[in-house]
Design a protein around this ligand. Structure first.
Ligand code: ZN
Ligand code: ZN
Length: 329
């Protein structure tokens, strides 16, 4: 059974889930994906995955399909509740871990999928988050994607994942506390402020329209880090209207078209940064999508200091991406 453990110094929680060691390509050299004779995510192989929880219609019978992860990091059957000793905190590995196959096409990716296909991914996840938020034992849902052999992905067929946790993850708490501090100091949402500044200065802006702004953050953690921020100020992804999601999908389509030209075949990590489940609307917090390309391995200094060394300035990255936006070459 997976479990959660709390570090007594940093008070950060970790998930211990040894069951995931049995995944198909774990410990395989990460340089390239091994060719799979039978991809479990391709149409016609639905019986090789757990049963479908949600699907959207498409030419192959479905456009997107969601099911429980066969190697879950956390499980809904676990008991809830945190026990603490003087030194450590512990909780059973309660949670949910789901997979979405994002396209019936094995070789699709976000650059080749159009805005309608990207919107089907966002609306599919939104409906799963709305469903899971009814389970009061769950505190937060993280939607994320590992794409490419260097990202830790184990299958190349386009897919993303959701992990719902019984605690609010430390990175989310840190982000919300930082945004609240900025709001107390200035009376503004820091994410709205960063998007507006990117647009007015232009230096770190990749693309914007009436619905969304794409920019490289001022102090990125990795080269070519990008944020896709809906213009509508809203703290929860699951509350966003279809029009807002369509705007984000259109912006993603532009960004991934530019990334394909700028960094061909780059691996990346993507996540939706959003407020805890069932939380009240917040003036200081703002949901968005972040993309972290995998361009270098973090080394001892980064691990020891928590300070990343980034070799491409965000102004350079944004200019490079702007020149490669689809339809502008
Ligand atoms: Zn496939
Ligand atoms: Zn905002």
């Amino acid at each position: 059974m997976p479990e959660l453990r709390r570090d007594p110094v940093t008070e950060r929680w970790v998930i211990i889930s040894e069951e995931r060691r049995g995944r198909p390509s774990e410990y395989r050299p990460a340089e390239e994906f091994a060719p799979l004779a039978h991809c479990p995510f391709c149409p016609g192989h639905e019986a090789q995955t757990p049963p479908t929880l949600l699907s959207t219609p498409g030419p192959a019978g479905w456009q997107t399909r969601v099911f429980a992860n066969r190697f879950p990091a956390l499980r809904v059957e676990a008991r809830s509740g945190i026990t603490s000793t003087e030194l450590y905190g512990h909780s059973d590995g309660l949670g949910a871990h789901e997979v979405m196959v994002e396209s019936p096409l094995h070789s699709d990716d976000y650059a080749s999928m159009d805005a309608a296909a990207l919107l089907a991914v966002l609306t599919g996840w939104q409906s799963r988050v709305r469903d899971l938020s009814r389970d009061e034992r769950l505190a937060h849902a993280t939607i994320f994607k590992n794409a490419g052999a260097q990202s830790g992905a184990t299958l190349s067929h386009p897919h993303s994942q959701l992990i719902a946790t019984p605690i609010v993850p430390p990175a989310v708490l840190d982000r919300m506390e930082g945004a609240a501090r900025f709001w107390r100091r200035t009376g503004h949402c820091v994410y709205c402020a960063m998007a507006l500044e990117a647009e007015s200065s232009g230096a770190r802006l990749v693309w914007s329209d009436a619905q969304a702004v794409v920019f490289c953050p001022y102090a990125p953690r990795v080269g070519f880090e990008c944020i896709v921020s809906p213009r509508q100020h809203e703290s929860q992804f699951e509350q966003a209207s279809e029009a807002v999601l369509a705007g984000v999908a259109g912006a993603m389509s532009r960004l991934f078209g530019a990334l394909r030209e700028a960094l061909p075949r780059v691996s990346y990590h993507l996540s939706i940064q959003t407020a805890p489940l069932r939380s009240a609307p917040s003036a200081s917090d703002h949901w968005y999508l972040e993309v972290l390309p995998v361009l270098s391995r973090h080394a001892a200094f980064e691990m020891a200091s928590g300070m990343n060394i980034v070799s491409t300035a965000p102004e350079t990255a944004a200019a490079y991406l702007r020149e490669r936006l689809p339809g502008t070459q």
